[in-house]
Design a protein around this ligand. Structure first.
Ligand code: AMP
Length: 480
């Protein structure tokens, strides 16, 4: 049983939500789902990290499954447009998760991969198509897709669409969509150009606005520590040691699977119990690790972004960004793992020179705030040197001891990010030693600083009240 029952979404969706560990709807879900269940158009001002995907996916899945019909060739009943392939894939994955027990077909179409498979996937028609605008137009132009049967249309992250120059594609798409449809439009911001676009897509929309800052800026204290890549591991170990009982549960994020394993090995070497979850772990291994984390037997879970997506463990007091993500929204996802249900949380980013500075800048731009610099722990260099030694005996290669080899980082890079992906300048840095020295000087500057406070403020009650009026299970989609 979950609080989603109030929406009358049907048993099969409810069951999928229970499996995904969704128990409490997020504010945008509470506000948007009843509106959408009645068939209204919606203008949503919300960012990634607020739960907006489920807000639009759940009522749509309900509608499509309730009005099941044979599909016409090369058509889709629902079209979701997203600005990037990463987001399109994520949205499709969410639909698959929530629609696990429904017999609806879901496919994606985005650039950067051969179009042939997408053409074939559309041949028999699909219930849900998640696409980027450029590839969608290509498919329409090749007569591989006919939009005349679209009943539900979602435009996600409209402001990014504009930034990426999709305005002409969008204007064209709006012209070929059927007039009679339900339309949903999401944007994090609403400058005049977006409002104008929204007016073209929507008919008498209801407006819903949620502030992502409520999860990021206001509820999570966000810190950054600048450190050499080679000293990150020691820093993490020392932070955890210093925190001790002040930390209930900590999630550590790495960008690569190998990185996650390596962090776990180092922590174990220092006597800190930790487990990793990532794509190379089998389902039983993941479940075991999550079980240990949930029960409190281990206080540290090290995860990659993909693996962490399904994690919903209450009581995560700290999120450590061992490496920053190159997609800034991912940062918001990560820190959203703490401070759930109205609690306070702490996020600490360990940032080294080079690419990570760029990622940090992109993140700060997205969340519209600066992470608060935090000094290194006292006597950092001496204590770090003391922990580094036993690690060297564990047979790690020299690349590990230096932190992250360049090859490893390249492997771990997520492909195709349009943002923050400054390719190219990551060659071997011959001046690595020099750079480290320079950084050390920088670190020394912190030494006189007061002892940092890492612990979370006392948590206050999980306030997920304030629900909107009860939509009542019965009334459905008169607007359609
Ligand atoms: P979104 O803003 O849609 O990208 O969602 C942000 C993250 O929150 C995703 O990882 C979702 O799986 C997760 N999420 C969304 N709604 C809920 C919920 N009601 N309970 C728990 N997790 C959720």
């Amino acid at each position: 049983m979950t609080d989603f029952l109030q929406f009358g979404l049907g048993e099969r969706i409810e069951k999928a939500l229970t499996e995904a560990n969704y128990t409490v709807p997020t504010p945008i879900q509470r506000q948007a789902i009843p509106i959408l269940m009645k068939g209204h158009d919606l203008l949503g001002i919300a960012q990634t990290g607020t739960g907006k995907t489920a807000a639009f996916a759940l009522p749509s899945l309900d509608y499509l499954s309730q009005t099941y019909k044979p599909l016409k060739s090369r058509t889709a009943r629902m079209l979701v447009l997203a600005p990037t392939r990463e987001l399109a894939s994520q949205i499709a994955e969410s639909f698959r998760t929530y629609g696990k027990f429904l017999r609806l077909t879901i496919t994606t179409a985005f650039g950067g991969v051969p179009i042939g498979r997408q053409v074939r996937a559309l041949q028999r028609g699909v219930d849900i198509l998640v696409a980027t605008p450029g590839r969608l137009i290509d498919l329409v132009d090749q007569n591989a897709l006919d939009l005349s049967q679209v009943e539900v249309f979602v435009l996600d992250e409209a402001d990014q669409m504009l930034d990426l120059g999709f305005i002409h594609a969008l204007r064209r798409i709006v012209r070929i969509l059927p007039k009679k449809r339900q339309s949903l439009f999401f944007s994090a911001t609403m400058p005049p150009a977006i409002a104008e676009l929204a007016a073209q897509f929507l008919t008498e929309p209801q407006k819903v606005e949620v502030k992502p800052q409520a999860t990021t800026a206001e509820r999570v204290a966000q810190h950054v520590i600048h450190v050499n890549a080679s000293e990150k591991q020691a820093l993490l170990t020392l932070l955890l040691q210093d925190l001790g009982a002040d930390m209930d549960r900590g999630l550590v994020f790495t960008r690569t699977k190998h990185g996650a394993d390596r962090v776990v090995r180092h922590l174990k070497g220092a006597g800190i119990a930790a487990e990793a979850i990532h794509g190379n772990k089998s389902q039983p291994q993941r479940e075991r690790a999550l079980g240990l984390f949930r029960s409190g037997e281990i206080k540290i879970l090290v995860a990659t972004d993909i693996a962490a997506r399904g994690i919903d463990v209450p009581g995560v007091s700290h999120v450590f960004n061992f490496e920053l993500p190159n997609v800034p929204e991912q940062y918001v996802h990560r820190i959203g793992r703490t401070a759930r249900a109205g609690r306070e949380g702490i996020a600490i980013a360990l940032v080294s020179d080079g690419d990570e500075r760029t990622y940090l800048r992109d993140i700060e731009r997205l969340i519209r705030q600066k992470l608060e610099p935090m000094p290194l722990p006292e006597n950092f260099l001496a204590r770090a040197a003391a922990i580094a030694k036993p690690v060297a005996r564990t047979g790690e290669n020299s690349g590990d001891q230096r932190g992250f080899s360049h090859g490893e980082r390249r492997d771990g890079r997520r492909d195709g990010g349009h943002r923050g992906g400054p390719g190219g300048h990551r060659g071997e840095r011959s001046g690595g030693g020099e750079r480290r020295e320079g950084d050390r000087d920088g670190q020394r500057r912190h030494f006189g600083a007061p002892k940092p406070k890492y612990s979370a403020k006392p948590a206050h009650g999980g306030g997920n009240s304030g629900g909107r009026g009860n939509p009542g299970g019965g009334q459905r989609r008169q607007g359609r």
